[in-house]
Design a protein around this ligand. Structure first.
Ligand SMILES: [Fe+2]
Ligand SMILES: [Fe+2]
Length: 253
């Protein structure tokens, strides 16, 4: 089984890059984080549909998921395989994990958000994922840990070692070179990077990002364009669904 996981899809350049990358590829299952897919922040039904039609099986997200109001209704629909972090407090629309049967295999995808350096009153990521795993099972379990801090993501992966198939970090938009298999058999990577333009600052145009840091003012960012890459991780599982091989995806589109 060949699984493709892709980092945050940033605006139109990111969507186009991932959509053309997936053409002709033979992934059995694809997970992409699309919290930045619509205009650089958030997700809409239209942008989600483009990715799903291109071969993405499950869309994960993170702190920018609520940017566009229409997502509140869309994400709440039972038939949309679009996740928001599971540790948002009760009362939020949507769901934080999904279990689906795919090619005869039960696959669970879980989306969690970290709390370090992301100032939000979220429930504990560790207790949340423990609770999900206590009450649900699957043959393959894929976790998107959307977090800022490397330490929190690595601690989270260690916590889940031997209990899930893959723990992949997202949110920093920079692909990390630490993909590996932990002693318990869980594949992990600190961050999947992004599908988007490398011409700016983590997918956003340079000038506004630069001025924002210099002035300390909240200046509206624009999606960067050109020099577009697809970042992610490819994981092969053998016929027993055990780890076989992995490779980083860092392809210029
Ligand atoms: Fe992001
Ligand atoms: Fe994020």
């Amino acid at each position: 089984m060949k699984i493709g996981m892709f980092g945050d899809v940033i605006g139109r350049p990111g969507r186009s890059a991932l959509i053309s990358f997936l053409k002709g590829r033979d992934y059995d299952f694809v997970v992409a984080n699309a919290e930045n897919a619509a205009g650089g922040f958030g997700l809409t039904e239209n942008t989600a549909s483009q990715l799903l039609e291109a071969g993405v099986n499950v869309i994960t997200s993170g702190n920018h998921i609520w940017q566009h109001k229409e997502v509140l209704d869309y994400i709440d629909r039972v038939d949309s395989p679009v996740l928001r972090p599971a540790n948002y407090p009760p009362g939020n629309p949507g769901r934080g994990f999904i279990v689906m049967k795919h090619q005869g295999i039960r696959i669970m995808v879980i989306n969690i958000q970290g709390r370090l350096f992301i100032p939000m009153a979220l429930d504990c990521p560790f207790r949340t994922v423990d609770n999900i795993l206590r009450n649900n099972s699957a043959d393959v379990i894929i976790v998107d840990m959307h977090a800022e801090a490397t330490s929190e993501k690595q601690a989270f992966a260690r916590h889940l070692d031997g209990k899930v198939t893959i723990v992949a970090g997202t949110h920093t938009h920079v692909l990390t070179a630490d993909a590996r298999v932990l002693p318990g058999g869980t594949v992990c990577i600190t961050d999947l990077g992004m599908c988007g333009s490398m011409s700016g600052v983590i997918g956003m145009a340079t000038e506004e990002a630069r001025i924002r840091f210099i002035t300390g003012r909240h200046i509206r960012l624009k999606v960067a364009d050109g020099d577009t890459y697809v970042n992610g991780l490819e994981v092969m599982l053998d016929s027993n669904l055990n780890f076989e091989s992995l490779s980083l995806i860092n392809e210029k589109s």
